[in-house]
Each structure stands twice: as C-alpha cells, then as structure tokens.
Design a protein around this ligand. Structure first.
Ligand SMILES: Cc1cc2nc3c(=O)[nH]c(=O)nc-3n(C[C@H](O)[C@H](O)[C@H](O)COP(=O)(O)O)c2cc1C
Length: 244
C-alpha cells in the first residue's frame, strides 16, 4: 500500500522503511516520502568529478536536446539556444574560463545555455509563422496577438530583455537537471564561468548568442567524494508553507 493512501486514510502506518509521512507532525521521525521521483532527485547532485572515459550515448543526448526544446518559456518565445559541445580540446580550453573547474574538461558533453537578446518584430513574426505552420491558425486570429507582443517588447530596453531571457535560461536549466535525474545522467549546473571567455572560444559573437549557464553532463567518477555527501536542505517545514 502506498504511503499516500495511508496518509489520506489518516492511518500513519508505513509500508516501507523509507516511506515516512510528509503530513504527519510527529517529531519522532524525519518525514521523507521516497517516491521514484524523489529517489531520482536525491540521486542527483552537483558532480565535482566526472569519469572522463564515460561518454553519453546519442540517445541520451537526444533526450536532453528535446527536453531543452520542450521547456516552457514566457509567451512561448524561446529566447534561448542550447550549445551541445563534445570536443575535449575545446573543453580543456574552457577550464580556464570556468575558474579552473575541471568538470568542464572531464564531462562527456558540455551544454551551454545561451540567450538571444534581440527580440524584435522579425523575431516575434518568426514565432507567429511557426504557430501558423504547426496549428494552421489564420492571420486574422494571430495578427492582433502578434501586434500586441511586438508593441510590448518595443517598450523594453536591452537590459530588460536580457533579464527576461535569462529567466528563461534558468527555467531550461531546472528542466534539464530534472530530466538528467530521471535519465540517470550526471550533471553539474554552473554559473561559475566567464561568459566573454566562452564567447571567444566558442565563437559566439557572430551567432548573436550570450552564454548564461553551463551544464557539464556525463557520468560521475567512482571517487567523486561528493557523491556520498548527504544533501543539505532546509527542513521542509521551513521551505514550504501549506496555506489552508
Ligand atoms: C544556478 C546554479 C549555479 C551553480 N554553479 C555552480 C558552479 O559554478 N560550480 C559548482 O561546482 N556548482 C555549482 N552549482 C551547484 C550548487 O552549489 C549545488 O546545486 C547546491 O550546493 C546544492 O547541491 P546539490 O545540487 O548537490 O544537491 C550551481 C547550482 C546552480 C543551481
């Protein structure tokens, strides 16, 4: 019997040693529900040492590409682009632009989440063309929405657009971290890098892309001591408030 049904019935009995009631306020037990989802999220950690010789399959990389593209974004505008890098020479070069973090050289692949900061009427028109292509919606229905969106974005300065686009990049990072956990792909989210160094090494200027987040992915090294560390998180009661 699932812990949830026990909880709903108010019985507070546990069918599995790890299934401890979230909702019970008993102070004799820490309250953790170990569903598969939670187990996967517990399994994930920010890897500090990857197994250099363990390479992700193309199928796994394809799942990550699709998951990135399926990320929800504000207005659906997707002002983000994912670079998928698998090149040990470039990866080693990027270490110096990543405050010496060796994960960048060791990981199977490096994902770099970039933003586009030019969201003008051409960009927005491209989005509406895609809606028309995919859904067959007529111009007469789409045009008022398109005009409103163009108008909205014409009022934002470049810093506002960058800030907005960065928020979308963080959403994509969260989505990728969760998908990595489900797919048993190891990862390390990273803000600790120098964007201008990445722009130079990856020749991003000509592509109009600004890197904002880096995500080395692959498989953890057997001797990554961080894999054995317990997760440090607030007590659930201090991070979640049930309003009833
Ligand atoms: C946006 C973001 C940026 C991070 N940047 C780095 C980084 O540059 N280097 C690093 O080793 N870990 C980095 N981390 C990992 C965090 O330190 C880590 O996620 C946090 O301590 C919680 O640990 P856990 O992910 O192992 O559960 C980053 C995490 C996030 C979400």
């Amino acid at each position: 019997m699932s812990v949830y049904s026990n909880t709903v019935l108010g019985l507070h009995t546990y069918s599995h040693p790890l299934e401890i009631c979230y909702f019970c306020n008993s102070n004799t037990e820490s309250r953790i529900v170990m569903t598969d989802t939670i187990k996967n999220l517990e399994w994930r950690y920010a890897v500090k040492k990857f197994a250099s010789d363990s390479i992700l399959s193309e199928e796994k990389i394809d799942v990550l590409k699709q998951a990135f593209n399926l990320t929800a974004t504000s207005y659906g505008l997707q002002p983000i682009t994912l670079l998928v890098l698998r090149n040990k020479v470039l990866q080693s070069e990027l270490v110096t632009h990543s405050f010496g973090q060796l994960q960048v050289a060791q990981a199977s692949h490096i994902l770099v989440i970039c933003i586009q900061d030019i969201i003008d009427s051409d960009y927005i028109s491209g989005y509406f063309k895609q809606i028309k292509k995919v859904r067959g919606t007529s111009d007469s229905i789409l045009d008022p929405f398109k005009e409103a969106m163009v108008n909205e974005f014409s009022k934002k300065d470049i810093e506002e657009i960058r800030h907005w686009a960065k928020n979308q990049a963080y959403l994509a990072l969260g989505n990728l971290l969760t998908v990595c956990a489900i797919e048993k792909i190891d990862s390390c989210p990273m803000e600790g890098f120098n964007p201008s160094g990445y722009v130079d090494v990856l020749q991003l200027e000509s592509k109009g892309l600004a890197p904002v987040l880096v995500l080395p992915v692959g498989y953890r090294a057997d001797d990554d001591i961080f894999s054995a560390f317990k997760k440090v998180r607030k007590d659930l009661k201090d991070s979640v408030i049930d309003v009833i």
